[in-house]
Every structure is written in C-alpha cells, then in structure tokens.
Design a protein around this ligand. Structure first.
Ligand code: NI
Length: 167
C-alpha cells in the first residue's frame, strides 16, 4: 500500500493465450501460493491488467473459510444477486499484518474469461463471493481499508482476537 499502481484503474486484456499473459498468470499463482493468499490481482504485482487469481482448499490466513476453486478470472464483471450485505474479516497481501471487517454482497454472479478466452459464469455466495469482490476491487484501484465502516474493527492481526489466522 502506497505504491501508486495500486490506486489505478487496470486495463482490459485484449488478446488471450499470449505468452506474456500466461507468464503473468504463472507468476501471480506462484506469488499467491508462496504467501498463502486467498487471491491476488495483477496490479499487486505491478501489472495494470484486469486479471485476478484466487482459490484454495484450506488457507491458514482464513482457517474457518470453506474451499474456493482455483480460478483465473480475466476482464471480470460482477453482479450482486440480492440486496444482502455480509460483514466479514479481510486482509490483503498489499496491506500486510492488518485485518478489517468489510461489507460485501453476500450473493454474487461473476462472469469473465479464463486464460484461453473461454467464458466463465458462476453464481456464488459467502467467502467465495467475498474473495472475488476483494480481488476485483484491486482492478479499480480500491484497497479494502477504503470500504471499512467501523474503524474499531481494523487493526493488527495480533491485536484483534476475533480476526482469526496469521497474516
Ligand atoms: Ni488484496
């Protein structure tokens, strides 16, 4: 946080399955796995393209979350499927050591493309929906602290007993 690239609007990917795109995705997946992240967006590795990766079977960062399928999502479009908002803890690899409670749509449809240009269309809820919203916010230059409504629920992981998980 503080790097100007994290505040910028990312550009859509125009051509799929290029060597550069596949190399970017491989780099992002490796970074996400190395850091035990639930997801990662291209601007977090300094690339202003609308590409996110996410997914895990189990993550020590969010021990109570159910699994989310490993996904590469390009040029995503998000649509809330109900008015229901859910508050939940989030952290971010670009904001290390901190956690905060963030409101997100509980039910979400997301569409986009995989690295080869094949369409993706899913309706999800709960933590899966939360991860997608967090990652896609990065593509619009939004970091989760900007969405926190109750600043008493924002702080260092070690000081927040309810936030669960190590960063
Ligand atoms: Ni993040």
């Amino acid at each position: 946080m503080g790097d100007a690239r994290l505040w910028q609007q990312a550009r859509p990917v125009g051509t799929f399955a290029t060597r550069e795109l596949l190399a970017l995705i491989a780099d992002m997946q490796e970074t996400m796995l190395d850091l035990n992240g639930a997801g990662l967006a291209a601007p977090q590795v300094g690339v202003g393209l609308r590409v996110v990766v996410f997914g895990f079977e189990h993550t020590p960062r969010y021990p109570e979350a159910g699994g989310v399928p490993y996904t590469v999502l390009i040029n995503p479009v998000l649509t809330p499927l109900s008015e229901e908002i859910e508050e939940g803890w989030e952290g971010c690899l670009s904001v290390p050591g901190l956690r905060g409670v963030v409101p997100r749509w509980r039910h979400l449809r997301y569409t986009g493309f995989d690295p080869l240009g094949k369409p993706i269309d899913r309706s999800v809820e709960g933590f899966h929906a939360r991860v997608v919203q967090h990652e896609c916010d990065h593509l619009d230059g939004i970091l989760y602290p900007a969405r926190i409504r109750d600043m008493t629920k924002f702080g260092f992981v070690d000081e927040l007993p309810g936030s669960a998980g190590a960063d």
